[in-house]
Every structure is written in C-alpha cells, then in structure tokens.
Design a protein around this ligand. Structure first.
Ligand code: SF4
Ligand code: SF4
Length: 401
C-alpha cells in the first residue's frame, strides 16, 4: 500500500518533535513563525509586492502576508488563502527586499501548514508521493530514469573513483521527451571535447527543489540528508547540474555537500574560453535570452549563457527590457507545474513571448527545462510556432557541434 502524504511528518520527526537537518538537530517547537522567517525585521516598504511579477495576474500581496503572519493567531486563516499557491518562488521579492528578508518563504511556510494537514490538491499530493516513492515528481518509475541514455556512450561515475565533473541530470530532463535533448546533446559534446566527466547513473534522485516549494519541508530535509551523503561519496571536483533548479538548490540548500555545484553553462563557457569546444556552423538569427529565475536571480549566473550564444557565428543577441535581475518569471517554478492557476489573465510566459516578438527575435533561448516547457506552450497558444522558436541553449549548440 502506498504511504500517504500525511504520514511523512510522523515518519521524520523523533519523539522530541525535532528533526535532523544536515548533521544539526534543529528544534522547531519553540520558534514562532515570525522568528523562523525573521518577519520582525520587515519595515513594510512594499518593495517585495512592487516587484512581484504575479501581481500582473493575481491578487497576491506578499507584503501583506509578511505583516499578517507576525500574528500567530492568523496563520491558519492565512494558510487557507488561495493566493499562497500563486507564488512561483522566483525570488524577485528577496532580491528587492532592503532588509535582506525572503518574503516568499512566508508563503512556502504557509503551504507547509496545508501539506502537514494533508489537505492538498491531488496533483500536489501525487507529485510529492512520487518523489518519496520513485525519486521524481513526474510519477515515473525510478528504474526508467536513465532510459534517455540509450544509444549514447555515457561515462558513469563510480563512488570513490576520481572524476573532475560529476553530472546531475534533473528529473524533468531525465523523463520529459521534449527536454531530454539537453542531456543527449551535452553527452555528445563532452565526449567530443574529451572532458573528464561522469554521470551518476540510475541512483540519481530528485534534488527536492519543487518539494520545498510545494511546502513539504520535512520530506525536503530527508532528501537533503540522503542526497548529501550519497553525493559526498563521489570523488569529484564539482557537481555540474543541467537544471538551474538543481544547481540553485545544491548551492543554497545543501550546506553539507563536500564539493561545489555549478550550472552546465558555466562549464561550457570555460571550455569555450579555453578553445576546447567549437561550433561547426552558424545561426544567422536574432536571438533573445530569457534569464531563468533559478539561474539568474537565485544563482547569479547571467553572463555565461550570453557568452555561449555570442560564440555562435551569425547570432545577433538581443536583450529583453526586463533582463538579468529584472527578468520576467515564466511561472514554471515554485511547484507551479502541479498547481492550476485560477487567474484567467494573460500568463507571464505569453507576455514574455509577445515581448520577444516585438523585439523581432526569431529564437527565444533559455537555459532551464521548465522555461522551455512554459514558454513553448505560450508560443503555441499564441499561434506563433511558424514565426519563432523556443530552444534550450544546449539544443542550439547540439545542432552546431
Ligand atoms: S521588501 Fe522586505 S522590508 Fe519591504 S515590505 Fe517586503 S519583506 Fe518587508
Ligand atoms: S517569489 Fe516571486 S512570485 Fe513569489 S512572492 Fe516573491 S516575487 Fe512574488
């Protein structure tokens, strides 16, 4: 029988109502919600709500949630507000907050209350259970995680055997046929460039990024603990993540990792700079780069993807008005792949595609599997697939290698 979501907290908590986090034991019992999220530091300036992209289409007012959540008596009522599920965890509010707070975490903390009560949407429940049982949120069998490797020569890393670059694929890239091309093209490129690398193999499991965003805090802590122990067994110089979601999660939420994590665009930009990779053809097109929130705002990687695109002969690289730290979110993060939006207003991904069209871009280049899925869907919904293309950078580079 499948274990129910509401069993997770009991499974993870010990008798003292504490849970083990990354080698430390944290007590959750004596901390108020306001203390946990440092809410008393808020000066109610409103910069968070002012920059929040989803206010264009929903009633989410994160400043108001920060204010109201200082009152413990209001927490249950706040957790019932539908708006807490509108947040995409884009981190714009955190980037803009003058007091260094992370307002979005209040919303995720409220989601945790709902998840702990077991009263979540079936889509959310299924995704979380799938991570627990199969190591991915897509309800796919763990045993098929590496089916995408078929027909390719892929070097597999072994714990204890030294390798410079340890590749971490990501659940979405591993299972979704639309974005598997990212991993496939990367393998071909690494083999050609003679890079010292290894993929983890079938034991790779979800990094927990979306689990955290969906509010399943305790399952996330268990994932961090398990993955940290597992990844630390590999004698690698660094972890190279294919998805910005895994990259940012390792970088900011896995303090026990014994090696740094980078995004694959950083490795390729290094190889390009060293002359170890070259492209055989060009692309005479206007290309605009969409900064994924998890890569740019959260991961601080802005230049490497642009360097790769500029390295393609013929490419005219354009910039959105809202670029880099100000990039418009595509609404693919924050667990939104499993939460239906109640808003009927134009999706942000459609706004982004319209902006790209106004710029005259023929290609919207991205460096994130979720951005590919949301932006491509928006492009099709607008009937523009004859006019433009949404492509992951690795997709474009693979066509030129
Ligand atoms: S930006 Fe920071 S300080 Fe200002 S209202 Fe939002 S949370 Fe408070
Ligand atoms: S993370 Fe993004 S969507 Fe969520 S509250 Fe902050 S700015 Fe708004």
């Amino acid at each position: 029988m499948r274990q129910r979501l509401s069993d997770f907290p009991q499974r993870l908590k010990d008798e003292d109502n504490t849970f083990v986090m990354r080698g430390m034991t944290m007590s959750t019992e004596n901390q108020t919600f306001a203390e946990k999220f440092d809410l008393l530091g808020c000066i109610q300036c409103g910069r968070c709500t002012g920059g929040c992209p989803v206010t264009e289409r929903t009633n989410l007012n994160v400043r108001r949630f920060v204010y109201d959540a200082c009152n413990e008596a209001m927490l249950d009522e706040l957790a019932k507000q539908a708006e807490i599920w509108d947040c995409t965890a884009c981190h714009t509010c955190a980037v803009r907050c003058p007091k260094g707070l992370k307002p979005l975490e209040v919303l995720l903390g409220l989601r945790t209350r709902i998840v702990d009560s077991g009263k979540v949407e079936a889509t959310v429940r299924n995704a979380l259970e799938s991570v627990f049982l199969e190591g991915n949120p897509w309800e796919k069998a763990k045993a098929t995680r590496y089916d995408w490797m078929e027909g390719l020569e892929v070097k597999i890393a072994r714990p204890g055997v030294a390798v410079e670059n340890l590749f971490y694929v990501c659940c979405t890239i591993a299972y979704d046929p639309r974005v598997q091309v990212i991993a496939k093209n990367l393998v071909r490129l690494l083999n050609k460039a003679g890079v010292d690398y290894g993929f983890i193999g079938e034991d790779e499991s979800c990094c927990g990024s979306e689990v955290l965003s969906l509010g399943e805090e305790l399952l996330f802590e268990e994932i961090v603990e398990n993955n940290t122990g597992f990844l630390n067994e590999f004698k690698a110089g660094r972890i190279v993540a294919l998805s910005p979601h895994c990259f940012t999660t390792f970088r900011s939420r896995y303090p026990g990792l014994n090696k740094p994590a980078i995004h694959y665009t950083r490795l390729l930009a290094e190889l390009l700079g060293q002359g170890k990779i070259t492209w055989q053809g060009g692309l005479s097109k206007k290309v605009v780069f969409h900064d994924p929130c998890y890569l740019g705002k959260q991961g601080g990687v802005f230049d490497e993807p642009r360097r790769l695109l500029k390295g393609i002969e013929g490419v005219e690289l354009l910039e959105f008005d809202r670029a880099r730290e100000r990039s418009l979110c595509c609404e693919g993060g924050g667990g939104k792949m499993w939460v239906e939006s109640t808003s009927k207003k134009q999706r942000l991904a459609e706004t982004r595609i319209k902006d790209a069209r106004e710029l005259g871009a023929a290609v919207v280049a991205v460096a994130c599997p979720f951005c590919v899925l949301t932006l491509e869907d928006a492009m099709k919904a607008l009937g523009l697939e004859e006019e433009m293309r949404v492509a992951e950078i690795m997709e474009l580079l693979g066509e030129l290698a």
